[in-house]
Design a protein around this ligand. Structure first.
Ligand SMILES: [Zn+2]
Length: 335
């Protein structure tokens, strides 16, 4: 049993309370490898932002849960070395699918877990989430639950259609489970293909596809039922078209990749939404940078020469999200 506090990590409770009051959101960035983690930590330190490091099922399969935990421990030390005396770094399990998995993460030093019972019948979701909360709270680990189903594919989480969160259920769910935050479904979705072209309209100025708006009325209804309760948005990458273009320019083939417009996320961040999950955008940044090096310098075979630029591009992206979309810069409790 390792307690996250001994690793210098923090849970989400205090940072979410401050985020709701301050009208901003904390970035939750997924990580699978060293370059991504370096970029996240550097961006968070340089912008003085709290940050959530997320570990998905795909990341655990790819990089190993134990190794990722030690990397997060290293991230705290790295942040201090970069000059941040009091970093606020959360190590969070993304889409935990069983009590056993959540328990194993709590036991090995995660400071926050998500139990995703959103695909289960309501009462089973309540029971499972409550069981995880009861275990995690003994160690002051915070728990995110989910109500409503997001469309799209993220690692091994996938669903064909959205089911918006039913605002009538949220009070009962939050009260009976005791969860610390709630992921809701209002039209965001996992992956880089969030909308079908036929759902979108064409912006005459740019020729780009514009997706349908998020269901802010659902978010408003949830906030009315649960005033001041931390809300989480999954699947909130914007799929920057400059990266899609760059990937395609250098030999890739991404067709009609569409994300959530950043002005909608900016609006959400000002509300009770206090955690916004971003994964696909960093994949796109990394891939675009690597493809550019491969296309321009075909003789290059030192991985540092293409993973280095990829890391720089991700850092730029993370800083942009923190400063221009979420507004979590300069929000550390001890600046
Ligand atoms: Zn998700």
């Amino acid at each position: 049993m390792v307690n996250y506090k001994d690793l210098g990590l923090v849970n989400t409770r205090d940072m979410f309370a401050r985020a709701i009051k301050g009208g901003y959101a904390i970035p939750a960035f997924n990580f699978n490898n060293m370059e991504q983690l370096q970029a996240i930590v550097k961006a968070a330190v340089e912008t003085k932002s709290p940050v959530i490091l997320q570990v998905s099922k795909g990341a655990r399969n790819y990089a190993n849960q134990t190794l990722l935990r030690y990397m997060a421990e290293g991230a705290v030390e790295y942040a201090k070395e970069l000059g941040c005396a009091h970093p606020e770094i959360v190590l969070h399990l993304d889409h935990g699918d069983s009590f056993e998995l959540c328990k194993s993460c709590v036991d090995m030093g995660f400071s926050s877990v998500m139990i995703d019972g959103s695909h289960l019948p309501y009462e089973e979701n309540v029971a499972l989430t409550k069981k995880v909360v009861e275990y995690a709270h003994q160690f002051d680990v915070t728990v995110e639950g989910e109500l409503g189903v997001l469309a799209g594919v993220e690692d091994e989480v996938s669903a064909e259609h959205h089911t918006y969160t039913n605002p009538e259920e949220v009070i009962d769910f939050a009260t009976r489970t005791g969860c610390d935050s709630l992921a809701i479904s209002i039209g965001t979705s996992h992956g880089a293909y969030k909308f079908k072209p036929e759902q979108c309209h064409v912006d005459p100025a740019t020729g780009r596809l514009v997706p349908p708006p998020l269901a802010f009325e659902v978010l408003d209804a949830v906030m009315e039922k649960l005033p001041g309760f931390p809300i989480v948005l999954h699947g909130s990458s914007s799929v920057p078209q400059e990266y899609v273009d760059m990937i395609n320019q250098y030999g890739g083939k991404l067709e009609a990749a569409i994300g959530i417009p950043e002005d909608e996320l900016r609006k959400a961040a000002k509300s009770a939404v206090c955690k916004i999950n971003i994964d696909s955008d960093s994949r796109l940044a990394m891939t675009a940078a690597v493809r550019k090096v491969f296309a321009e310098k075909p003789a290059e075979f030192d991985p540092r020469k293409y993973l280095g630029p990829a890391r720089d591009e991700m850092e730029k992206l993370y800083k942009h999200k923190i400063i221009n979309v979420l507004g979590s810069n300069d929000k550390l409790a001890n600046l």
